[in-house]
Design a binder for this molecule. Structure first.
Ligand SMILES: Cc1cc2nc3c(=O)[nH]c(=O)nc-3n(C[C@H](O)[C@H](O)[C@H](O)COP(=O)(O)OP(=O)(O)OC[C@H]3O[C@@H](n4cnc5c(N)ncnc54)[C@H](O)[C@@H]3O)c2cc1C
Length: 381
């Protein structure tokens, strides 16, 4: 389903596929069982250009397009969804807002560090009482000398346990969306990283709370204009959702691979279970749905690559691909029967990992809101 790719896009996909098959897949079960976050591997991916594919060459990255980024994230997620999160965050949630709103000085200072993997980044928007309702965030930044002091707490921050660089959204003005500004800051005094949050899946991904206690950031840490932070946060998520859709495609592909292999190997009633229609049809449905999910994802990435609006297309891709990932993982577990429920074959890990794609970077309900607002405009508000 990817016949229209350019040579450069195919090369990116193949590099990621080989790397994932050789360096990630053989360790994924063990890392997940131990809750090991492979930070060294991530830094090595920086050296190979797999960590921040879309950072332009002038800032030390490989300068690939959004389509290549999706292909890379899909291949990595096929081997391990948690490692794919780190790539998606570093690139889409930290590199992308820097490219979009950063000053030339900010870009030159931070992007080469992110591209090389010398620094790992995280994106801190969500709070305990502000998830879907991002405008309700209460972390504050108050002017102090030439800089700002940030106080508040963030929740569910991917990469947060090992991050060196933090994109943080804090209130610099009144209530509501217009009072929020974005900052980019390295670790600083008063910034405390919480313990890893125990979670259903994604055990190779770091997810923590962050607490800011009068953290002093310099005046040049503001990312974009004062009061424009929430706009930047949401524009960032427009692109980020496309990579979550790609991650979902990777989980679905891994599920399909597993179900197909097992259906050919497992014998019951005198032959392989793959000869039963009850086993064939769910697999066939997932194969068709996955092709559709991938096409939606690459369509949204293509719009982004050609500079066209891609918010609704990205929401449709994430909404559909995430549901396919959940369905595909369910089919994998069911096809493997009791072995699907055991940790031995990895189907249960796919089942646990798939669910998050329906939740983060906007739940499926929020994707439907984005799509409806695109169609109905003010009538949907
Ligand atoms: C593993 C993990 C990693 C994450 N990583 C990050 C990260 O790196 N950075 C970051 O900032 N955040 C991150 N998040 C946060 C994530 O984006 C939020 O959890 C998500 O947006 C949902 O917010 P919430 O949990 O507060 O749910 P809520 O907003 O409280 O939603 C609860 C339920 O209500 C529904 N709902 C809410 N509002 C509406 C509405 N208007 N219409 C219909 N239904 C509605 C939701 O769909 C959901 O079903 C992460 C979360 C997890 C679990």
């Amino acid at each position: 389903m990817t016949g229209h790719l350019t040579d450069a896009q195919r090369d990116a996909r193949d590099l990621a596929r080989d790397f994932a098959a050789g360096e990630i897949a053989p360790h994924a079960a063990d890392w997940n069982a131990r809750g090991h976050v492979p930070v060294d591997l991530l830094r090595r991916m920086g050296e190979l250009g797999l960590l921040t594919p879309a950072i332009p060459e002038e800032y030390g990255g490989p300068g690939l397009d959004a389509t290549s980024l999706c292909l890379i994230v899909e291949e990595i997620a096929r081997a391990d969804a948690g490692v794919a999160v780190a790539v998606a965050v570093q690139n889409g949630l930290v590199g992308a807002p820097l490219l979009r709103a950063g000053t030339e000085e900010q870009r030159r200072r931070w992007l080469p560090e992110l591209a090389s993997g010398r620094m790992m980044g995280c994106y801190a928007l969500t709070e305990a009482d502000a998830g879907s309702d991002t405008a309700a965030l209460s972390t504050r930044a108050r002017p102090d000398g030439g800089g700002w002091r940030i106080t508040g707490a963030k929740q569910w921050i991917s990469n947060g346990g090992f991050a060196d660089l933090f994109v943080v959204f804090a209130r610099t003005g009144g209530e509501g969306a217009r009072g929020v500004s974005a900052f980019i800051t390295p670790r600083a005094e008063g910034l405390e990283v919480g313990a890893e949050i125990p979670k259903m899946g994604l055990h190779t991904s770091s997810t923590v709370g962050l607490s800011f206690d009068e953290v002093l950031v310099t005046g040049d840490a503001m990312l974009g204009a004062e009061g424009e932070g929430l706009k930047l946060a949401l524009a960032t998520l427009d692109g980020g959702r496309i990579t979550v859709a790609a991650q979902a495609c990777g989980i679905a592909q891994a599920s399909l691979d597993l179900a197909v292999r097992y259906a050919g190997e497992r014998n019951a009633f005198g032959g392989p279970i793959g000869r039963f229609q009850g086993v064939q049809f769910p697999i066939a449905d997932v194969a068709a749905q996955l092709d559709a999910a991938r096409l939606l994802t690459l369509h949204a990435a293509g719009l982004r690559d050609s500079g066209q609006p891609h918010g609704a297309a990205g929401a449709k891709a994430k909404l559909f691909a995430s549901s396919v990932a959940v369905r595909a993982a369910d089919v994998a577990v069911q096809t493997l029967g009791g072995y699907g429920y055991s940790a031995e074959y990895g189907a249960e890990r796919l089942y646990r990992d798939a669910k998050i794609t329906e939740i983060y970077e906007g739940t499926s309900q929020i994707q439907r809101l984005v799509i409806a607002r695109d169609l109905l405009g003010d009538a949907a508000r």
